[in-house]
Design a protein around this ligand. Structure first.
Ligand code: NAD
Ligand code: UDX
Length: 450
């Protein structure tokens, strides 16, 4: 049983802390948000992450998880201190805002114990060189006699399957100038039996950015192919399948749609491009990936304009608001941009989401939220699937069609079988799955339906 402190009880900190406790370690979750800590103490998970709430309760009962807002309580006894605070895009440039990392590192340094060795592990996604910068902060603020080492341990979990990703990671990456410290951190992960890569600090930090950039590149690549498919009459779903059987390519992250969102890909690509710019480079591939992704959100507007004509006064329903299914996270969610663009055009927008509705309403004033997917369809001129939650997979399309003012479905994730939707009397429009629907097709259906 090791004594571990995790600073930042968000998606990453909670997952890391609770899963490490589940492996038998003694974990203190430390966060400056008093409400968050109070909830955790009550066994309430402050985020939506499947399976993590149950693990929190079990480990609270077992006495292996403790939560506090006090550095003085959490840090002095810890052998390992993870930093897992947010690193959002800065206000003044595209780089990462390191103010939370700086505050956490400073406060933790002040609370290190003299005469005791602590390993400080950076789990936040941070610009290359931040590990050295954190080591400097520790050197400035730690009490005389405190011994410490800094290890970079980037996190690769996906929201919605974070517990599984912790328990069965594809790899663990550790970077440090102190190899012994990295090896000690490696012992925390041995039960996962994953490959463990030990490297230097900067390389570890770069592995994280390069991995996210590569996955995002695959998505923008397939979205560009989808656009070409659409003009030339090919089906991108089958193209991805056909490509994916090539073992050099693989099928993962080739789902065309409204593009990537979330708290990582967009901001990490921007930060990597910013670092390259600062280094005097010209990161043209990264820029193209971001540009294509922005355009995918606009594509929904283009499709609606083409099919509905003027959007002013129309009603559009959005199925799904979070950036992906099985999370309540709305950071950089495509649905929010789509809703804002529609509202600007004078459209009435209604949305339904199993986990993100309350927050979405706060973020997009004017967005109406409704209680069921069927309510979204009521009186709408079009329904747009933005987030492929499971509960949208088996909707009663006959019922939906009756609710709609015009029988139009835009499938922003290519989730549905087009023929099934068409057989219920709707016009189906996906992303890159054959030629675009001619506006006339909708008019004739609409004629019957209105
Ligand atoms: P988050 O916003 O969900 O959580 C961050 C938490 O840190 C918040 O609860 C906040 O109150 C707390 N905090 C801020 N300043 C603090 C301080 N000085 N002391 C103590 N607590 C403080 O963030 P997240 O999504 O968990 O991301 C954390 C880091 O992990 C980021 O760098 C992110 O890029 C990276 N990451 C995130 C994911 C993901 O899927 N969310 C995956 C991999 C890596
Ligand atoms: C991502 C990385 O996968 C993870 O390794 C990293 O730690 C954090 O960022 P996450 O953002 O949780 O994880 O979700 P992910 O499943 O990667 O999806 C990101 C976005 O890409 C979502 O908006 C998703 O809808 C979109 N996506 C994903 C596609 O549009 N097409 C795909 O083929 C895959």
């Amino acid at each position: 049983m090791r004594r571990i402190c995790v600073i930042g009880a968000g998606y990453v900190g909670l997952t890391t802390g609770i899963c490490l406790a589940d492996l038998g370690n003694n974990v203190t979750l430390l966060d400056t948000d008093t409400k968050r800590i109070a909830a955790i103490k009550q066994g309430e998970l402050p985020i939506f992450e499947p399976g993590l709430g149950e693990l929190l309760q079990q480990n609270l009962r077992a006495g292996r998880v403790y939560a506090t807002t006090s550095y003085a309580e959490a840090v002095p006894d810890a052998e390992f201190v993870f930093i897992a605070v947010a690193t959002p895009t800065a206000e003044e440039h595209d780089g990462a805002d390191l103010r939370y990392v700086e505050a956490a590192a400073t406060e933790l340094a002040r609370n290190l114990s003299a005469g005791r060795r602590t390993i400080v592990i950076n789990k936040s996604t941070v610009p290359i060189g931040t590990g050295d910068w954190v080591a400097n902060i520790l050197a400035q603020h730690a009490p005389v006699g405190a011994q410490y080492a800094v290890v970079s341990n980037p996190e690769f979990l996906r929201e919605g399957q974070a517990v599984l990703d912790f328990q069965q990671p594809d790899r663990v990456v550790l970077g440090s100038t102190a190899t012994a410290a990295a090896q000690e951190v490696a012992t925390l992960y041995l039960s996962s039996r994953a490959p463990i890569i030990i490297t230097d600090l900067r390389t570890a930090e770069m592995i994280k950015y390069a991995s996210n950039a590569f996955l995002a590149t695959r998505i923008s690549f397939i979205n560009e192919i989808a656009r070409i498919c659409e003009q030339l009459g090919a089906n991108v779903r089958e193209v991805a399948l056909g490509m994916g059987y090539d073992r050099r390519i693989g099928r993962a992250f080739l789902d065309a749609g409204v593009g990537f969102g979330g708290s990582c890909f967009p901001k990490d690509l921007r930060a990597l491009a910013h670092m390259a710019d600062e280094a005097g480079l010209h990161p043209q591939l990264l820029r193209a990936v971001l540009d294509i992704n922005r355009d995918q959100r606009l594509l929904i507007m283009e499709k609606l304009c083409r099919l509905l004509g003027s959007l002013e006064g129309k009603r559009v329903g959005l199925l799904g608001l979070t950036f992906k299914p099985n999370t309540d996270d709305l950071r950089d969610a495509p649905a929010l941009d789509i809703a804002r663009a529609l509202l600007e055009k004078g459209v009435h927008v209604a949305g339904y989401d199993p986990a993100g509705m309350e927050r979405a309403q706060q973020l997009v004033p004017g967005l109406e939220t409704v209680r069921t997917p069927y309510d979204v369809a009521k009186g709408a001129d079009a329904l747009v699937l933005v987030t492929e939650w499971n509960e949208f997979k088996q909707l009663d399309w006959n019922q939906i069609r009756k609710h709609l003012r015009r029988p139009l479905l835009i499938d922003g994730r290519n989730m549905y079988d087009a023929e099934r939707i068409r057989s219920a009397g709707l016009v189906y429009e996906g992303i890159g799955v054959g030629c675009p629907t001619p506006p006339v097709a909708l008019q004739s259906h609409a004629h019957v339906n209105i």
